[in-house]
Design a protein around this ligand. Structure first.
Ligand code: MOS
Length: 765
């Protein structure tokens, strides 16, 4: 039910969830808390990478190459250099010679192979590759002059089509560290499938997608008189960018500081340093000045994307729905430079109990930029194919799609036989189905209609990893009771500032306004890249750890106070709330934190903490987040248009730290899933080897008019194996399964099975 666009169920839910007024006051883990950085963001106080400036700042504009493969034979820059205010046109011919740039070029998150190096030599590896940087004292002069740079090429034949090069597919050899190849076959999947009476087979295609965060990729390099570089970079890790600049340019750790206090979305595109960073540094080193380089929206289509993927899924079942065979093979693209690998098919061995499973994953190297992690990399495609195939199987069995999932529910991890750390997927199915009204769904497709629109209901399961890295945090508690906690974490818009502030405020019982969390600076205590939905479980646990150390320190000092009311108390009896240490069993017995500091003559208490995951324990469990997605579509059969009018996403992702921003993450994931299902695709003109719709005008992301009701349910888990705060992480799970649920609903509405995304109107005509 909706009133003026608002979802009433959601409003009731929001009223039920305790919240902190205006994002301040007493907070505990799980409350709905407004972003602590929200005001700065909406008032323009929050500054992004391209908004920092310096005395005498120069502006660099990138000249993009126009051929997909070959060699640069000549660059004519005279006309550009003649433009008033232009200082330099940097190319591979005149860039500074830096030994490390030539021999060692890596970033922490690089896949196996050799990363693309901008302005390295005359080779062209993909269309849109940067070939020159025009530097001027105004942005306008640089931009104008960039158009005057002429480049001659020797063109070589290129290959950019996955379908046409499929026979060249190979098993990835240049492995990304930590990549899990598909597990060995289990049982005899092929024989069982061949002999089965109920079986399906489908080939699924997922097109290229680009990340398209709102904020443009930008690096502002501010050079001090002594040569120190302070770099404001759009990145998912200030420390990754710092490490990269130090290694690639041979600059000591103390010579480079990278900051990213605010990031306007990234979705994986900021996991690796993008080429505007080395270009800005090259210019700053060559000209000994401060330099800013901002890419254009079109150039943001030239450094990585979600790879095009072809998949074949075969499923077989007994007449009662018991899965007997799962065969899932994927072929994805990579570049000629690196083997970008994703976990695409592994999920198919982890989602359902099945005795016979065979999974395969291959790559084809094409003349594109290396693909890149993009929100739920691998699962976005792999689980899509599996979950559409499961839907197809349900019709072959004449069985309800949800009943089929429940029939094959895995109580232990089917791929390795491990118990789950926690798994509330069954509750997700139940609560999601109930909220959606799934029991009223007719089994037959094409049976619901309203006016000219066909209505369909579909569902799918989602799954994502629950990862934890290692991190450090420091905390300083001041005499006035204010607390500053720090870690070189990142907030790409996900709500890190707020989640960490809540954890610290909850641990020490301080009002939220007295807590400040610092992130986005490479000089802060070490934190991992914000990726894989692991930041809360990782950095949050470090914050919890450092606050627990402060708790003990405060307790010790409190006991030593003259005639301390806590003299005889035990630490386990102490509760931290309202800015004080209280004895739980004796109401009214308390000492304020400010009193403790004043009484012991301390101006500040400081602690540091290193959070290392308990890997030996974690290895004994399958650690995942799960979701059940239910969706309603309305299809106009004459125009082939689809509206996703209702989505219920039930999520099990550990303990939720901030009900408000976690919900926002899931809504964002659903919006992405709708985009994947219906709108997003970057199309390549294979004659030119170039992505053609490289603008937000032609690359369609879901907009407000595409989004209707999205209802989020969190089934709480408290997972102390994944993290000491019980959290798993909610960034990516919101997307997984959505495209399949939409596809399945479209089939239910129309009886037409589309096995590729996006499902554009032409596919339904
Ligand atoms: Mo995400 S693709 O782990 O930034």
């Amino acid at each position: 039910m909706t009133i003026q666009g608002a979802n009433v169920t959601e409003l009731i839910e929001a009223l039920r969830t305790p919240s902190a007024d205006e994002g301040t006051g007493a907070v505990t883990i799980g409350m709905a808390v407004s972003r602590v950085d929200g005001r700065d963001k909406v008032t323009g106080q929050a500054r992004y990478a391209a908004e920092y400036t310096a005395e005498g700042l120069l502006y660099g504009v990138v000249v993009s190459g126009t051929i997909p493969r070959g060699r640069i034979t000549a660059i004519r820059a005279d006309a550009a250099l003649a433009v008033g205010g232009v200082l330099e046109v940097i190319t591979h011919l005149n860039r500074p010679r830096i030994r490390s740039f030539d021999i060692f070029y890596k970033d922490m998150t690089a896949p196996g192979g050799s990363p693309f190096r901008p302005l390295y030599d005359d080779k062209i590896a993909y269309s849109g590759q940067p070939v020159a940087l025009v530097v001027a004292d105004t942005f306008e002069a640089a931009r104008y002059a960039a158009r005057l740079v002429e480049v001659d090429y020797e063109v070589e034949p290129h290959a950019t089509s996955l379908a046409e090069n499929r026979e060249r597919s190979y098993t990835p050899s240049r492995m990304k560290a930590g990549f899990t190849p598909p597990p060995k076959p289990k049982g005899h999947a092929d024989e069982v499938w061949e002999k089965a009476t109920v079986k399906i087979e489908g080939e699924y295609y997922s097109g290229v997608e680009h990340h398209n965060p709102m904020e443009m990729f930008a690096s502002t390099v501010i050079r001090d008189a002594d040569g120190h570089l302070t770099i404001y970079d759009k990145t998912q890790s200030s420390q990754n960018s710092r490490w990269y600049v130090s290694h690639v340019f041979g600059l000591g750790k103390d010579k480079v500081t990278v900051r990213n206090p605010y990031v306007g979305g990234a979705f994986g595109s900021g996991l690796r340093p993008q080429y505007q960073l080395p270009l800005a540094v090259l210019a700053a080193l060559k000209l000994e000045r401060s330099v800013r380089v901002v890419l254009t929206r079109q150039q943001m289509f030239t450094f990585g994307h979600r790879p095009e993927t072809l998949q074949r899924v075969r499923l077989a079942a007994e007449a009662d729905g018991t899965l007997t065979s799962i065969i899932h093979e994927a072929v994805a693209e990579t570049s000629r430079m690196e083997d970008y690998v994703e976990v695409v098919v592994n999920w198919s061995g982890e989602l359902y109990a099945c005795e016979h499973v065979r999974l395969g994953y291959h790559l084809v190297d094409l003349d594109h930029a290396s693909p890149m992690d993009m929100r739920a990399p691998g699962a976005a495609h792999g689980v899509y194919a599996l979950e559409v195939a499961m839907d197809e199987l349900s019709y072959a069995l004449k069985m309800d799609p949800l009943a089929l999932r429940l029939k094959n529910y895995a109580d232990i991890d089917p791929s390795r036989g491990l118990p789950y750390s926690t798994k509330e997927l069954r509750a997700c199915y139940q609560q999601g189905a109930e909220r959606f009204g799934w029991d009223k769904r007719p089994l037959e497709p094409g049976t619901m209609r309203e006016g000219r629109e066909l209505i369909g209901w579909g569902m799918a399961t989602g799954m994502w990893d629950a990862m934890q890295m290692f991190a450090r945090a420091s905390a300083v508690l001041h005499a006035d009771g204010s607390l500053v906690v720090s870690s070189a974490a990142t907030d790409i818009g996900t709500g890190t500032y707020t989640a960490m502030s809540i954890i610290a405020a909850d641990a020490l019982g301080l009002p939220l306004e007295q807590v400040r969390f610092q992130l986005g600076d490479s000089t802060l205590p070490v934190a991992p890249i914000e990726g894989g939905s692991s930041h809360v479980a990782t950095v949050g646990s470090a914050v919890q750890g450092v606050c627990e150390k402060l708790q003990r320190k405060l307790f010790k000092l409190a006991k030593k106070l003259p005639s301390s009311p806590l003299a005889k108390a035990r630490f386990d009896d102490i509760e931290f709330s309202g800015g004080a240490l209280r004895v739980s069993s004796q109401p009214g017995v308390a000492v304020a934190i400010t009193e403790i500091l004043a009484g012991s003559g301390e101006q500040r208490l400081e602690e540091k903490y290193l959070m290392l995951p308990n890997m030996l324990k974690q290895m004994k469990y399958q650690r995942s987040t799960h979701s059940a997605v239910f969706c309603e579509v309305r299809v106009d059969p004459e125009f082939g248009t689809v509206r996703v009018t209702r989505v219920v996403s039930a999520i099990a992702a550990g303990r939720i730290i901030n009900a408000k921003t976690a919900r926002s993450q899931i809504i964002g994931g659903v919006v992405w899933g709708i985009g994947q299902a219906l709108h997003e695709e970057t199309l390549c003109d294979h004659r030119l080897g170039r992505f053609m719709n490289h603008s937000l005008g032609e690359y369609h992301v879901s907009v407000n008019a595409d989004i209707h009701n999205i209802d989020v349910i969190f089934v709480q888990e408290d997972d102390r194996i994944v993290s000491r705060i019980g959290a798993k992480g909610v960034g990516e799970i919101g997307l997984v399964g959505v495209a399949a649920a939409v596809s399945n609903a479209i089939y239910h509405a129309t009886g037409k099975r589309v096995r590729s995304t996006p499902i554009t109107p032409d596919k339904l005509m």
